[in-house]
Design a protein around this ligand. Structure first.
Ligand code: DGP
Length: 141
């Protein structure tokens, strides 16, 4: 399938749709998932148009993973959680719903289950507060 330039993450990258951004560099962008499965659920995307894991240049993938590592550490600290889960879905059969490659950063704590995937929109004030918490950790590092 050809990359759809009208997917929501492409629009966020072009500044045509809003996002609660926590980190940005030349190659990647990190922002809050608007339908979080847990508090602190953050997404990291490459700036390069790529639908999934198979489509991306390995070097750009490496740069994206460096951002995943950096932001995951900040999320861990910002939410004071013992565990972080990284998820990445390829194809609708795997549950992918936005067709621009992305990595989910999910804070995990024993006894706290994840909410359903991509189901319920979060309160924007809360997302803004969560994004600020993560940004503060990144700015201090
Ligand atoms: P996936 O199913 O792996 O393709 O995950 C897509 C995620 O993107 C899902 O957790 C919900 C989230 N999402 C959908 N639309 C938007 C949006 O407009 N903004 C943000 N920040 N996240 C979105």
């Amino acid at each position: 399938m050809a990359y759809d330039t009208d997917n929501i993450f492409a629009k966020i990258l072009r500044g045509e749709a809003p996002a609660f951004t926590v980190y940005e560099d030349e190659h990647s962008l990190a922002f809050m998932d608007v339908m979080p499965q847990v508090d602190g659920h953050t997404l990291v995307i490459p700036k390069t148009p790529a639908e999934n894991l198979y489509d991306i240049d390995p070097q750009i993938l490496g740069q994206t993973m460096a951002t995943v590592q950096r932001v995951a550490e900040a999320v861990r600290e910002a939410f004071a959680v013992p565990g972080i889960m990284i998820a990445q879905l390829n194809g609708s059969a795997a549950g992918q719903s936005v067709f621009h490659l992305h990595f989910h950063i999910l804070p995990r704590t024993e006894g706290i289950n994840l909410s359903m995937h991509a189901r319920e929109m979060a309160d924007f004030g809360l997302l803004q507060e969560h994004a600020g918490r993560i940004r503060s950790v990144l700015e201090a590092s």
